[in-house]
Design a protein around this ligand. Structure first.
Ligand code: CUA
Length: 238
């Protein structure tokens, strides 16, 4: 064992031999992008993640021939581009590829066809084929986060009226960095804001009134799916 270990250390330090790593952990496949290869050929590196495609929108000129490389960041997703033959699985740790030519102008929706969690049915992207497009993605990655189903629900339910996301105070405590925070309650107790606490705080606000705030949050009916989506969203607010 000692000799084996010594050989390993020698190989790693002196001979510069490293063990193979997961292909999706190394460039160029760990982030979404569009590469113009010239002569109407493009490489699209598409990364699927909960619950968006990166890049969310790819804009190319008619006649573009695309080599699509698909990987996944978290769980298994699917990718189907309408009106084409492209139908791939996005599997963490692998890169799947397809070649497709877009001759007709128009919008081609991209959908995830593998159930991947609460936001699965929101998970979509698109290819826009139009004259004069350069292959550069228009929507910034921030736009993906802004359009997450959790954020949408947070606004739909009116949570944002009282709970800020940027640390500023409002009628209720800010949700920035809420996950894992130690919360002092009105009744003198303290709780750690884990999933169970966040769920309870959403379902039964009167049981978790935070010290220094009025007990004005209404108890509303939420489905289990909605509560999960909200909790998942809150946990992303670092
Ligand atoms: Cu990703 Cu369903």
């Amino acid at each position: 064992m000692a000799a084996f270990l010594a050989a390993l250390v020698y190989a790693a330090t002196r001979m510069n031999i490293t063990v193979p790593t997961c292909v999706t952990d190394v460039a160029p496949f760990k982030e979404g992008r569009v590469v113009d290869k010239g002569n109407g050929r493009y490489e699209v590196h598409m990364v699927a993640k909960m619950w968006a495609f990166d890049p969310p929108e790819v804009r190319l000129p008619p006649g573009a021939e695309v080599d699509l490389y698909l990987s996944a960041l978290d769980v298994t997703h699917g990718l189907y581009i309408e009106r084409t033959n492209v139908n791939l699985m996005a599997v963490p740790g692998t890169v799947n590829a397809a070649r497709v030519r877009f001759d007709q102008e128009g919008e081609y929706s991209v959908i995830c066809h593998e159930y991947c969690g609460a936001g699965h049915h929101f998970m979509a992207g698109k290819f826009v084929i139009a004259r004069g497009e350069t292959g550069v993605q228009r929507a910034a990655p921030e736009a993906v986060a802004a359009a997450s189903p959790g954020r949408e629900l947070f606004e739909q339910k009116g949570c944002n009226a009282c709970h800020s996301l940027d640390g500023s105070s409002g009628l209720g405590p800010t949700m920035k960095g809420v996950s894992g925070r130690t919360v002092e309650l009105q009744d003198g107790g303290t709780r750690v804001a884990d999933d169970a606490y966040l769920e309870e705080a959403i379902r039964k606000p009167s049981a978790t009134v935070v010290k220094g705030f009025d007990p004005v949050m209404p108890a509303e009916e939420h489905t289990t799916e909605e509560v999960r989506t909200l909790v998942t969203f809150l946990k992303t607010l670092r």
